[in-house]
Design a binder for this molecule. Structure first.
Ligand code: GCO
Ligand code: MG
Length: 402
């Protein structure tokens, strides 16, 4: 079997997605997500110009060798653009292997370790008061874990809180919007919100909160400590992720569990955090961390060190990434939680899929391969529209982490 063609498809059914579709001489096809929010065309060009020509004629069954070829074979390694491109190829080849074997991909990874993939939903609202019905809505839908974000009094816009009634979506058309940040107000506000949520919903609901890399280590340590009475499942991205030492400092001060890794692209980004047991959940996922092959490697390292998975699953990862993540989630021993934000009906129509939500769990399709595809005709009707993630500044104009 040989690869005869690989198409890079850019589409915008409400937001931008990049997809790689690999075609073989047997007529079997496989799909991989290649979406890097706000940098979509960089990955599309990397694939078209530097990867696709080298795929033609290769044996699609050689997944590990192809991964090594694209990673080790390139002098310029790692980074989000490269690793997202590699992920797309790797995901598509697993899809093909499943279809050829007549098995869903999770079976190729060793089979089920659980009955369903527990997901968490995003409850967010401008005020703590408006948050309560949002959480109740998720519980009514069957969710077993909820991430909570609210506005902060005195700040116009805060990470994770969208327009009332709309799904949270940080990317906006054109050049980056600018938001203003105030750490003192945030640190004062969040423990009050979590106290109210616990008082309202009792001790058993699994609660998460995302800091989005906005604190210094000692500020994060203070937040972690002040949230201890409310028993978070995890505090996410407390500090910018490039400094493992920051996590060491936070760890010395709090028992609040820590999650990080949605911006990590390789096992080398998280090695120290995992082996040092400085985190509790590793949030890498298929599309940004080198595909199923490399994600499995990260999760196996994590399993050795009592760290569980908590894969990123925002709506800027396409249904192809979500489908692939579910196969991994089902097959690894150290699964923790899977993030889940349902895609819009327009996106779901472009990416027909067989995974489904029931009773707080996601279930991958039982069909061969990943159980997801792209409708290329429909995709062509949604041309690319430039969009950017915002930037964040302090009140005095200093650029801050977003
Ligand atoms: C999350 C993330 C997202 C990211 C987004 C960036 O926890 O879901 O923080 O909201 O900001 O995926 O593209
Ligand atoms: Mg996050």
């Amino acid at each position: 079997m040989r690869i005869t063609e690989a198409r890079v498809i850019v589409t915008c059914p409400g937001r931008n997605f990049v997809t790689l579709k690999v075609v073989t001489d047997d007529g079997v096809t496989g799909v991989g997500d290649a979406t890097l929010n706000g940098r979509e065309l960089a990955v599309a060009a990397y694939l078209r110009e530097h990867v696709v020509p080298a795929l033609i004629g290769r044996d699609p069954a050689r997944i590990e060798d192809t991964w090594q070829y694209l990673y080790r074979g390139a002098y310029w390694r790692r980074g989000p653009v490269t690793m997202t491109a590699i992920a797309a190829v790797d995901t598509a080849l697993w899809d093909i292997k499943g279809k050829v074997a007549g098995l869903p991909v999770y079976q190729l990874l060793g089979g089920r370790c659980r009955d369903g993939v527990t997901v968490y939903g995003h409850a967010n609202a401008a005020t703590a008061e408006d948050l309560m019905p949002e959480i109740a809505r998720y519980l009514g839908l069957g969710y077993r874990a909820v991430r909570v974000q609210t506005g902060v009094p005195g700040l116009a816009g805060v990470y994770g809180v969208g327009r009332p009634g709309a799904v949270y979506e940080p990317a906006e058309p054109g050049v980056p919007a600018e938001t203003v940040w105030d750490t003192a107000r945030y640190l004062d506000h969040v423990p009050r919100v979590l106290a109210d949520v616990r008082a309202e919903f009792g001790p058993h609901l699994r609660l998460l909160h995302d800091v989005h890399h906005r604190l210094t280590p000692i500020e994060a340590a203070r937040l972690g400590r002040s949230l201890e009475p409310f028993g978070l499942t995890w505090l996410e991205d407390p500090v910018p992720a490039e400094l493992p030492d920051g996590f060491r400092l936070i760890r010395q001060h709090t028992t609040t569990p820590l999650a990080v890794g949605e911006v990590f692209t390789s096992i080398w980004d998280c090695r120290e955090l995992i082996t040092g047991q400085l985190i509790d959940y590793i949030r890498t996922t298929v599309v940004h961390a080198g595909g199923i092959t490399h994600l499995r490697r990260i999760f196996d390292l994590a399993a050795l060190h009592h760290v569980r998975s908590g894969s990123h699953g925002a709506t800027d990862l396409s249904p192809i990434c979500l489908a692939a993540a579910l196969h991994v989630d089902l097959a690894i021993p150290n699964f923790g939680l899977q993030e889940y934000m349902p895609h819009s009906p327009e996106t779901d129509a472009v990416f027909p899929h067989g995974y489904h939500f029931a009773d707080g769990y996601l279930h991958p399709a039982e069909t061969p391969g990943l159980g997801v595809d792209i409708d290329e005709e429909l995709a062509a009707r949604h041309p690319y529209r430039p969009a950017s993630l915002p930037v964040n500044r302090l009140a005095d104009g200093t650029l801050h982490d977003w």
